[in-house]
Design a protein around this ligand. Structure first.
Ligand code: G1P
Ligand code: ZN
Length: 563
């Protein structure tokens, strides 16, 4: 006998703003709290698109932010009413984004729903988000998210098992019967960490890492910024690799991430940087709210740029047992990410793909067996072990490289520059810009793309002269399914290979964010190879601001965040 629940069809009013962005539907939490049926509508729209079959299995979990548990309750009720056969839910609703991807793949699930707004702050006055992932474990491609959006705009009813309440605090199995024909729904509440940990132990050599940390008396510091990675970091670092509890900072997930941005960069993970600057710890890492991003810091606060990190992992892929076993099939980076990876790919004679911003563009190449390692400048690094970027994986990859090279972080990075030269990279974010002003910046740039009037013109700053060789709007044709993504960012490429890129963010919850990316190359024999990146980038930054007229259009003298 199983407990029975009836399905109710509830009338609702559709919303016209449930369009998923770069990474799912992200809105101020107040939108979810105050707009009637906002969550129910969106979950129903997902259900209508995926049309759950009788063997439909969904994985559900999130980063622990405010409203997550409420959203899990809604998902259970709406999914059960719509015919989902089985739900696999992280204990207390907690699952990192990489863990969801891992679990979807491991249990051959139909897909997953991730409750997160990633690195955006959380709480009643911050952001919330819902993201759908498909059966390969990766973010739903545009054709799926577009279909969800179309349904959401016309939705008049949703189905729900109103009284179906489950306990998500205890690991275990529960079964329910739905509707007149007593359709069975199974709900498994699972450990947030166990499956992911098993995968990491397959990929890396944990016993060797443990010995290495012990023998070298390495002191590690992982800062979860109060996001979901806390329990994973504890399990990997303390339980498996034998590090002491003081390796863990901000590792208890909080609904509001302690009131700050759970975004691992030099601005928001300042605490980790300051700790590392003291020179006590050898290797530090910070992660974002849902655990897919990472920032890596060496002793004395030596910062590893995410673009360099990707290139260095590629160049040292043999330090990672997973790649030793499976080979490195190809590498990829998002278009704005620096060209450091390209140089390694050329040396290793591996295929190199340049994709639009957003992890979803890597999925097809990975599924087709053409891509093993990829990353984005936005602190995202990962491999084809799952279909999301993976913060903890990146930290373990680096530990493996340090062990293999028997060197510290700074030595490994500087050695890389000496071999390949150095791509200095920076990103300027202008957040919460007036939408009209942001559009004016972009239309101004697009006019140059149209008329090509700046081609071959010279632009001088601080005695550096840059000649424009390409001025285009990045367009990508997926090599696997031939789908075309247009308008993916305005690109200016100069004669010396330096690049400047402009695009509008697709993850903000309100207003507009302009991102300006600068990638400038210093050759390996240059005197300023190890000098401050900021200095090296100054001339190009000035040219970029002049060409885009960002200060004039937006009234902003300086960006909100520089990474
Ligand atoms: C940002 C990053 C992008 C990343 C995404 C999700 O998107 O730029 O690289 O994939 O967050 O983490 P954006 O806001 O620029 O659209
Ligand atoms: Zn994230």
């Amino acid at each position: 006998m199983c407990e029975s629940y009836t399905v109710t069809s509830v009338s609702t009013t559709p919303y016209d703003d449930q369009k998923p962005g770069t990474s799912g539907l992200r809105k101020p939490t107040q939108v979810f709290l105050t707009k009637t049926n906002y969550t129910e509508n969106f979950i129903q729209s997902i259900m209508t698109v995926i049309k759950p079959s009788e063997d439909c299995v969904l994985v559900v979990g999130g980063d622990g932010r405010y409203f997550m548990k409420e959203a899990v309750r809604v998902i259970v009720k709406v999914a059960a009413a719509n015919g989902v056969r089985r739900l696999i839910i992280g204990q207390n609703g907690l699952l990192s984004t990489p863990a969801v991807s891992c679990i979807i793949r491991k249990y051959s699930a139909t897909g997953g729903i991730i409750l997160t707004a990633s690195h955006n702050p959380g709480g009643p006055n911050a952001d919330f988000g819902i993201k759908y992932n498909i059966s390969n474990g990766g973010p739903a491609p545009s054709k799926v998210t577009d279909a969800i959006y179309e349904v959401s705009k016309q939705l008049n009813t949703y189905d729900i098992c109103k009284d179906l309440e489950i306990d998500i605090s205890t690991i275990g199995h529960q079964s329910f019967c739905i509707g007149e024909n007593k359709r069975k729904v199974d709900i498994d509440v699972i450990s947030s960490v166990a499956d992911y940990l098993t995968l990491m132990k397959d990929i890396f050599d944990f016993p060797a890492l443990k010995n290495y940390i012990h023998d070298k008396k390495l002191k590690l510091r992982f800062d979860a910024l109060h996001g979901v990675i806390g329990p994973y970091a504890k399990s990997v670092l303390c339980d498996e690799l034998g590090c002491s509890q003081d390796s863990l900072a901000h590792c208890v997930p909080k609904e509001d991430f302690g009131g700050s941005h759970p975004d691992p960069n030099l601005t928001y993970a300042r605490d980790l940087v300051q700790e590392m600057e003291k020179g006590v710890h050898d290797f530090g890492a910070a992660f974002d709210g849902d655990g897919d991003r990472n920032m890596l810091i060496g002793k004395n606060g030596f910062y590893v740029s995410p673009c360099d990190s990707l290139a260095i992992i590629a160049n040292n892929y043999e330090a990672i047992p997973y790649f030793r076993k499976n080979g490195l099939k190809g590498v990829a980076r998002s278009m704005p990410t620096s060209g450091a990876l390209d140089r390694v790919a050329a040396k290793l004679q591996k295929s190199m793909y340049e994709t639009p911003t957003g992890w979803k563009f890597f999925g097809n190449l990975m599924d087709a067996g053409q891509l093993s390692l990829c990353g984005e400048e936005s602190f995202g690094t990962g491999s084809d072990h799952i279909r999301e970027k993976d913060g903890l994986w990146a930290a373990l990859a680096w530990l493996s490289i340090l062990m293999h090279a028997n060197a510290d972080v700074e030595q490994v990075v500087k050695q890389h520059w000496r071999e390949f030269g150095r791509n200095c990279f920076t990103r300027y974010d202008y957040e919460q810009v007036d939408v009209v002003a942001a559009n004016n910046v972009m239309s101004g740039l697009k006019a140059y793309v149209e008329n090509q009037s700046l081609l071959n013109t010279e632009h001088t700053s601080q005695s550096h002269t840059f000649v424009i060789k390409t001025f285009d709007d990045f367009e990508y044709t997926d090599p696997i399914d031939q789908s075309v993504a247009k308008n993916q960012g305005v690109r200016i490429i100069f004669g010396d290979g330096s690049r400047v890129i402009f695009r509008l963010s697709g993850t903000g919850s309100s207003g507009a964010t302009i991102r300006m990316y600068i990638d400038s190359y210093i050759s390996s024999d240059a005197e300023n190879l190890e000098a401050s990146a900021e200095e090296a980038l100054k001339p190009l930054v000035e040219v970029a601001l002049r060409l885009s007229k960002i200060p004039q259009f937006t009234g902003r003298e300086a960006p909100t965040v520089i990474t």
